[in-house]
Ligand binder design. Sequence first.
Ligand code: KG4
Ligand code: ZN
Length: 416
Amino acid sequence: MFLLARIEHNLLYHFAKRVRWKQIRFYSKKRAIILGIETSCDDTGCAIINTDGKILGEALNSQHLVHLNHGGIIPTIAQGLHRRNIENVVNEAMSAANLAFEDIDAIATTVKPGLPLSLLIGMKYGKHLCRKYKKPFIPIHHMEAHALTARLYDKTIEFPFLVLLISGGHCLVAIAQKLDKFLLLGESVDDAPGEAFDKMARRMKLKNLPEYSQLSGGQAIELAASKADNPLAYKFTIPLKHYKNCNFSFSGIKNQLKLQLIKEERMKEVAADGVIPGVNNMCAGFQIVITRHICHRVQRGMEYAELKGLIPPDKKTLVVSGGVACNNFISKGLQIVCDELEYKMVRPPPKLCTDNGVMIAWNGVERWKENIGIYTDFEDIEIEKSSPLGESLIEDVEKSGISCNWVKLTKLNFPQ
Ligand code: KG4
Ligand code: ZN
């Protein structure tokens, strides 16, 4: 039976190749094994997953500490490190899975959006493996992969669901209607939240304190904020409060912090590489305003989805992913909003929220099962620096003019 299925699969595969269909359009019930490659930013990741969602092998090389010492990601350095590590990372994942490339059915690789120099390395290597072992190529949208990882972690999540993606490079709220159909409700008009965390942690010189020296900006600010004795000592205004859309903005919050920091540094005569005495309170205030802002935008997204009947009442699920989703304070705020609006909240573990190869392989599995976007003739597929996720409903959200009665975040234990 298995042999017959395999012969049928191979015949169809070669037929599809011979007639030069750009995408394989046959339906295969065969169980498959997909290898995924991620290099869109500063992590070189690879994983091998089967169609049951079992992770057979994975490997990750993080460039985090290198970039921390450079005060941010330098694209040429990131590219050099991806180039140096990609083969080892893929081989490590393959050995962990105890598989040969002949056992792999397709290779999924992030091709958009991301840093072009980084994306290029993964795409070239993924295509090279496809050519060498005669495998189909599955190009992956990095944000789609972040959104779908939740379905690997919690297999009960069905389409449609609401998704909030918050990371170092991205920020959006969307409805995932099906695998390849997203409705974009809001996105950042300037920075991503992770970028704001990273830049402000640097500006507050947190890295100069040993306990924060190895942490990402977001992790450092979350830890410092947890030690605050007066979280409202520094005041921040919530951005876009009067805009009836779901867009995000973080540059204003950054400027508010910078101005208060400069004032404080002058007043307390802090040395050039020093940290202000009230840094924990400043981090707490910053984290609170970011949490409130994100909660507002998500709440309006939920109310818009309800108004337009986009998510059935019995399927109300919010998926939260991306590196910033690792923040427990933000997550608690979102949980309060979910409880109030009767949403189930799903946040994959930190390892799956930050960039990794598993999410790319899993996206490949989802595409394989649906026979969508699997290419045998893949030479023309290019990387894309930016790429919107789905159809934009941003204007329609604004036109709907929804006034929200904001859910109070009192359980977060700071005065409202
Ligand atoms: O998803 P990710 O690994 O890479 C991108 O696609 O950007 O996210 C990395 C970002 C960094 O900006 C980092 O500061 C942020 O996620 N991050 C956090 C936390 N942990 C990581 N932000 C806030 N709180 C955290 N605990
Ligand atoms: Zn990411």
